[in-house]
Design a binder for this molecule. Structure first.
Ligand SMILES: *[C@@H]1O[C@H](CO)[C@@H](O)[C@H](O)[C@H]1NC(C)=O
Length: 287
C-alpha cells in the first residue's frame, strides 16, 4: 500500500517536473521571440525618433534654394539626367563619409579638393580613417542617408582627367614611385555617377571646383553651420590650379578625335553638372 502510494507520488512528481521543464522552455522560447520583436520595434522607434530629432533643418535649405537659384538649377540638371538615363547606380560606400556632429554626409570625389574638404570636415582624423556611413548599424545608416545634409564637389571633366593624369604619370608621389606597379585605372578616373551614386543619393548641395570659394560660402549657409564650425570652411583660399593653365598645352598634343571620345566617355558628367563640351578646349576645335 505504502509502496503503491510512493510510486504514485513519484509519477506525480515526475509529471510536475516535466510540466515545469516544458513550461520553462516554452517561456524561454516564446518569451525570447517576444523580446526580440519588442527589441526590433524599439530599434525602429529609436531610428524614427533619431530621424526626427536629427533632421537637419529643411527650412534652412528651402530658404537657401529660393535665394540661391544656382543650386536649384544644379539639382534640376541632375534630376533630368537621372530621369532620362534611368541610372540608379548605388554609391561606392568607401567614398561616403559622415560627420555625425555636423550631420553632414560628404561623398569624396578625388581631384576636387577632396583632401582639403576632408580636413575641414574631419580636422582630427587621419585621411584614411575618416568615418564612413557603412561603419554604422543599418538602421543608423538609413537614418543618416535620409536626414543628414548630403553634398559633394565636382569639377570640369577635362581638367579633372588631366589632373588625374598628372598625378598618375607625370608627378608621381614618392610612395607610387617606390611601388613597381600601381593600378593606372582606378577611382581617380571613374565617373562621379558611379562613385557617388548621383541618382540614388539625392544630394542637397553640389559644389563646383571652379567656383570653390563662392560655393563653400554657399555650402556654409545651406548646411546651416554655426559660426564656429563655419570658420574652418571659410578659411579656404582657392588658388588657380596649375592644371587649368596647362590644359591646352596637354590636350593640343592629342588628336581631336580622342578628345571627342573622352567627351563621349564622360558625357554623363558634362550633362549632369552643366559643363559644356568641349568647354575649355574650344579653341583647339577652332584651329
Ligand atoms: C565633426 O565636426 C565637428 C565640429 O566641427 C568636429 O569637432 C569633429 O571633430 C568632427 N568629427 C570628426 C569625426 O572628425
Amino acid at each position: 500500500m505504502i509502496l503503491r502510494t510512493q510510486r504514485k507520488l513519484g509519477r506525480l512528481l515526475l509529471i510536475i517536473c516535466i510540466v515545469v521543464v516544458l513550461y520553462t522552455a516554452y517561456k524561454a522560447w516564446f518569451g525570447a521571440t517576444n523580446d526580440r520583436d519588442a527589441e526590433e520595434s524599439e530599434t525602429l522607434k529609436v531610428a524614427r525618433s533619431q530621424v526626427l530629432s536629427s533632421k537637419f533643418d529643411v527650412s534652412t535649405l528651402q530658404d537657401f534654394y529660393s535665394r540661391q537659384p544656382r543650386q536649384k538649377e544644379r539639382k534640376k540638371l541632375i534630376e533630368t539626367f537621372c530621369r532620362q538615363s534611368g541610372n540608379t547606380a548605388k554609391p561606392n560606400p568607401l567614398h561616403i563619409t559622415v560627420n555625425q556632429t555636423l550631420k553632414i554626409i560628404y561623398c569624396i570625389t578625388p581631384k576636387c579638393a577632396s583632401r582639403e574638404l576632408r580636413i575641414m570636415l574631419f580636422p582630427f582624423v587621419n585621411g584614411r580613417n575618416v568615418p564612413r556611413v557603412r561603419q554604422f548599424p543599418p538602421h543608423e545608416q538609413n537614418m543618416m542617408l535620409e536626414s543628414y545634409f548630403k553634398f559633394t564637389f565636382v569639377r570640369e571633366p577635362f581638367e579633372r582627367i588631366l589632373s588625374a593624369y598628372k598625378d598618375k604619370f607625370v608627378y608621381l608621389r614618392n610612395n607610387q614611385r617606390k611601388q613597381k606597379q600601381y593600378p593606372a585605372m582606378d577611382f581617380h578616373w571613374d565617373n562621379y555617377v558611379n562613385i557617388c551614386g548621383m541618382c540614388a543619393m539625392n544630394y542637397d548641395f553640389i559644389g563646383h571646383y571652379e567656383t570653390m570659394e563662392q560655393d563653400l560660402a554657399d555650402f556654409i549657409t545651406a548646411a546651416g553651420l554655426s559660426a564656429e564650425d563655419a570658420r574652418r570652411f571659410a578659411d579656404y583660399k582657392h588658388t588657380q590650379s596649375k592644371t587649368s593653365s596647362s590644359l591646352l598645352k596637354y590636350y593640343s598634343q592629342i588628336p581631336l578625335e580622342w578628345i571627342d571620345i573622352l567627351g563621349q566617355i564622360y558625357k554623363a558628367n558634362f550633362e549632369m553638372f552643366g559643363y559644356n563640351f568641349p568647354g575649355p578646349l574650344k579653341s583647339l576645335y577652332e584651329k
